[in-house]
Design a protein around this ligand. Structure first.
Ligand code: AMP
Length: 662
């Protein structure tokens, strides 16, 4: 927590705009990373005032950090700026004809490079179209789209006019979408006829119609990109084809709306321990500064180079490092629709060669998928442009790190750890500040701006000795770019993230970790019931709620179980209302299929459990608490630990038998 003394100091510094920080002050900084990090915490405002110079401001900030109402931090107060201006317009002076967006779809065979000038024009067309549909500053626009260039135009168009985008992952189904529509209450929804996976169209429009039908809130208009992949029934008066609107606004000029640094730029939903996803709300100025600084200090990308992140715009990595980060940094960004193995396992490396990618960002699961392919793909292409490969989203296991490191002939493989909530890395190596060596299995050290602590989960006491296991926590204020609050729910922000340690106002990541004697952290898994399937974060409660909506399910427990390829998979154990067919294998298989379909239809295939097994009773404590950790341990062949409080010892035995049969 920031003490009164610290706050007084930050206020006195805050009177300076970033432009007032002297060169001498900037260069007096020691080159060592430890000093850089120390300064970011102990001389917070001066440090971030310097970083703020990496972006364009319409009005420079007056107060660097207002932490007068912890845990709510307001960054760069008094400053006005615009994310789209920083990502697009400000590059027109020096690099209008350089590539900005490189759209590649190995699903449809399309490949198109947009220069900054062309991107600027497309974004203005989309912005004008949104305005014509009634979108104003502060309105929400929900984006439910595949990985196509128009999704990038849509996000930038929103921030250009000061509207908030709420991107919903295209793999989510109508139930998930409806919940998010009701929470965000968008004026307009932007979608498309279909995505494509493995060469097959994945229609979106009927899911969207279903979701709007389920939701209480009805958007005023829906903007639809027709890719010609699947038929669409347009709803008269509500649905508008993008093609026609684009034509109408071909020469549109829509100036950027200068917004306060604290103006929300977007919300992005993420899973927690309840069935209701949280809308992570991000600001504008802090986010732009955090991303600009990360491009310099962490990713080491330079203007004019190419950045390739293989994520999806539906996730936080897509927001920060497909769209905003690289573009703010003046880099070209590759937006890729397709799998890593189609047309073959060399496609990503081929793109690295073709576009001279210098910085690549992917997830461990994707690398494990590639590991099953012919290793010759790694030598077939000229990868000399590539400086480093960054991996995040889930634990990076040592064999995978080793394999890709050898394949890339010793180029740095940099594991970085963060969350939707933070928007940019908490732990990483900051090679732009000082070169450091990766330790496989570790995402590195605390990133500048993050005052990371390991805390005893029972007492909240700080663990200062090396190699002690504790909860990874961050002392406030969270640095720029991190979540401001939960959308329309300040109480949830405080209660969820800042109340887990008795008597201490610290942000909990809900991850276990240890720190070694060199300051490198190792992440040891979640402390809550959130699971991570192929880098996708899923709440077991959401999956349980979807399964429990089946008419014959009385009770269900979903746990995450270790998986060689995906890191974790969801396993469900359910108790039936009518258990007369429990021993009928065929009937149970049929029921399992029905339940899976239900999850697909409600949440999307991404949340589908690997197996749904049926039992007569679930393991619980005598007070009725579900023993999820014991179920997980049994599924993973580990010791379930102390079971003296268990209500019915036979319950775990049933699960053990089912798992051993599989
Ligand atoms: P998300 O919000 O979907 O990005 O998920 C964040 C969660 O993913 C974290 O709280 C961790 O549990 C996990 N995670 C992300 N990056 C890493 C990493 N590099 N190593 C280990 N776990 C990670």
């Amino acid at each position: 927590m920031v003490t009164d003394g610290q706050d007084a100091r930050s206020k006195s510094r805050a009177a300076q705009s970033p432009g007032n920080i002297s060169r001498a002050e900037e260069t007096s900084m020691s080159s060592s990373y430890a000093e850089f990090h120390r300064r970011s915490i102990e001389d917070r405002d001066a440090f971030w005032a310097e970083q703020a110079r990496l972006i364009d401001w319409q009005t420079p900030p007056q107060t660097i950090c207002d932490y007068s109402k912890p845990p709510f931090a307001k960054w760069f107060v008094g400053g006005t700026t615009n994310l789209c201006h920083n990502a697009v317009d400000r590059h027109l002076k020096d690099r209008a004809d350089q590539p900005a967006l490189i759209f590649v779809s190995t699903e449809t065979g399309q490949e198109k490079v947009y220069t900054f000038r062309e991107l600027h024009a497309e974004v203005q067309r989309m912005a004008a179209a949104l305005q014509s549909l009634g979108v104003k500053k502060g309105d929400r626009v929900l984006i439910y789209m595949p990985m196509i260039a128009e999704a990038c135009f849509a996000m930038l168009a929103c921030t250009r006019v000061g509207a908030l985008h709420c991107v919903v992952f295209g793999g989510f189904a109508s139930g998930s979408l409806a919940t998010r529509i009701d929470d965000a209450e968008p004026t307009v929804i932007i979608s498309a006829d279909a995505g494509s996976r493995g060469g097959k169209p994945v229609p979106y429009k009927h899911l969207l119609d279903e979701a709007i039908g389920l939701a209480t809130h009805k958007p005023a208009a829906v903007l639809l990109v027709d890719r010609g992949l699947a038929p669409m029934n347009l709803v008269q008066g509500r649905d508008h084809p993008w093609g026609a609107l684009r034509e109408q606004h071909l020469n549109a000029q829509v100036p950027c709306e200068w917004v306060d640094a604290t103006h929300p730029s977007y919300t992005l939903y993420t899973s927690g321990t309840t069935g209701k996803p949280k809308g992570v709300q991000r600001d504008t100025g802090g986010y732009a500064v955090a991303l600009a600084a990360s491009m310099k200090h962490i990713y080491c990308g330079n203007p004019g180079e190419t950045y390739f992140s293989t994520s999806d715009i539906g996730w936080v990595v897509g927001h920060s490092y497909i769209i905003y980060g690289p573009l703010i940094g003046g880099m070209a960004t590759i937006m890729y629709e397709g799998t890593p193995v189609r047309p073959d396992g060399g496609i990503w490396w081929q793109l690295v060669e073709r576009y001279k990618v210098t910085v690549m960002f992917s997830a461990p699961t994707a690398i494990r998928v590639l590991k099953k392919q012919d290793p010759a793909y790694l030598t077939k292409y000229d990868l000399s442009s590539l400086r480093a490969l960054f991996l995040a989203g889930e634990p990076l296991d040592e064999p995978t790190a080793q394999w890709i490191s050898e394949g890339l002939k010793g180029k740095p493989i940099i594991d970085n750890y963060w969350q939707t909530e933070t928007g940019w890395p908490i732990l990483s190596l900051c090679n732009g500040v000082e070169k450091a060596t990766s330790k496989f299995g570790s995402p590195g050290k605390a990133v500048y701006g993050y005052n990371v602590k390991l805390l005893d989960d029972q007492t909240g006491a700080e663990l200062t000795e090396p190699n002690q296991k504790g909860v990874v926590a961050i002392e406030g204020p969270l640095p720029p770019g991190c979540m401001q609050t939960v959308w329309r729910d300040d109480a949830r922000f405080v209660n969820t993230y800042w109340s887990s340690v008795p008597g201490k106002l610290v942000y909990s990541t809900f991850d276990w970790g240890i720190r070694d004697e060199d300051g490198y952290y190792f992440i040891l898994g979640r402390t809550d019931d959130v699971i991570n399937v192929a880098g996708h974060r899923l709440g077991t409660r959401e999956i349980e709620e979807a399964i429990a909506s089946h008419s014959n399910i009385a009770e269900v427990a979903v746990v995450g179980v270790a998986d060689q390829l995906k890191g974790q998979v969801a396993m469900a154990f359910a108790v039936l209302k009518d258990a007369s067919a429990l021993n009928d294998e065929q009937a149970m298989l049929k029921l399992e299929g029905e339940v899976m379909k239900l999850v697909d239809g409600s949440l999307g295939a991404v949340a589908r459990p690997a197996r749904v097994r049926f039992v007569s009773v679930l393991p619980k404590t005598r007070s009725g608490k579900l023993l999820r950790r014991a179920v997980q341990a049994v599924c993973e062949g580990r010791d379930p630990g102390d079971l003296t409080t268990m209500e019915d010892p036979a319950a775990l035995q049933q699960i053990r038998e089912l798992v051993s049969q599989a």
